[in-house]
Ligand binder design. Structure first.
Ligand code: IMP
Length: 193
C-alpha cells in the first residue's frame, strides 16, 4: 500500500531530498502549502513540533515539517537557529570571512522533523558533523552546501548527488527516523484492528 504524506516547505531542493527518502518507505510525498507558520521555540525540535500541529489543522492530513541549521564550533554554534537569516544576509562569503583566522573549522548540520497525523505527532532529530572548507565547491543543493564537507568524505554537499547527500545528511537521518516510527505505528494500529 502506498501512503501519502504532505510536506510543508518552500524549498524545492529540500522537497527533492525528502522525496528520495520517502520513496524508500513506499510513501509518496506531496508539496502542501499552508499559511506562513510563524512559530517561536527554543529548539529546532520545539519549532517543528508546534509547526506540525498547526499544519495538521490546516491540511487535516498526515503532514511533515522539517527545520535545520548549521552550527559552527569556532563561532559557538552560530548561525544555528539564525542560519536562514545569515545565509540571506552575509551569505557564504560572510561565513568564510568569520572563519578566516579560525584554526578549528568543525561544524555540524542539525535537523529536526515532525509528522502530525490523526494519532499524534512523531518527531526525530539528525546530525552530521564535518568541517567548513576554505573555498566554496560544487553547484548542487542549496544554502551552505558548497562550504560543508562531512567527516570521512572528500566532497562538499554541493558536489554530491542527491543520493550521496542522503546517505549521510542530518535531514536524511531525522526524516528516516520519523518515517520508520510512522510505519511502525501504522502497522501496530492495523494489527490491533
Ligand atoms: P531551514 O529553516 O530548515 O530552511 O534551514 C535554515 C537554513 O539553514 C537554510 O536557509 C540553509 O541556509 C541552511 N541549511 C539547512 N539545511 C541545509 C542543508 O542541507 N544544506 C545547506 N544548508 C542548509
Amino acid at each position: 500500500m502506498t501512503r501519502r504524506i504532505c510536506f510543508v516547505t518552500g524549498n524545492r531542493y529540500k522537497f527533492e531530498e525528502v522525496s528520495e527518502i520517502t520513496r524508500r518507505f513506499n510513501i509518496e510525498l506531496e508539496l502542501c502549502s499552508v499559511p506562513k507558520l510563524e512559530v517561536q521555540g527554543e529548539s529546532l525540535l520545539e519549532i517543528v513540533f508546534k509547526s506540525a500541529i498547526l499544519a495538521y489543522f490546516f491540511t487535516n492530513r498526515p503532514v511533515l515539517v522539517e527545520d535545520a541549521g548549521l552550527f559552527i564550533k569556532a563561532l559557538n554554534g552560530f548561525p544555528g537557529p539564525y542560519s536562514s537569516y545569515v545565509y540571506k544576509t552575509i551569505g557564504l562569503t560572510g561565513v568564510l570571512k568569520l572563519l578566516e583566522k579560525a584554526e578549528n573549522r568543525e561544524a555540524c548540520f542539525r535537523s529536526a522533523a515532525a509528522l502530525a497525523y490523526d494519532r499524534g505527532v512523531i518527531t526525530g532529530e539528525g546530525e552530521v558533523c564535518g568541517y567548513i572548507v576554505e573555498t566554496p565547491r560544487g553547484t548542487r543543493g542549496f544554502g551552505f552546501d558548497p562550504i560543508f564537507t562531512p567527516h570521512g568524505e572528500a566532497k562538499t554537499f554541493a558536489e554530491m548527488s542527491l543520493e550521496e547527500k542522503n546517505r549521510v545528511s542530518h535531514r536524511a537521518k531525522s526524516v528516516s527516523l520519523v518515517l520508520s516510527k510512522y510505519i511502525e505505528h501504522a502497522q501496530t494500529a492495523l494489527s490491533n484492528f
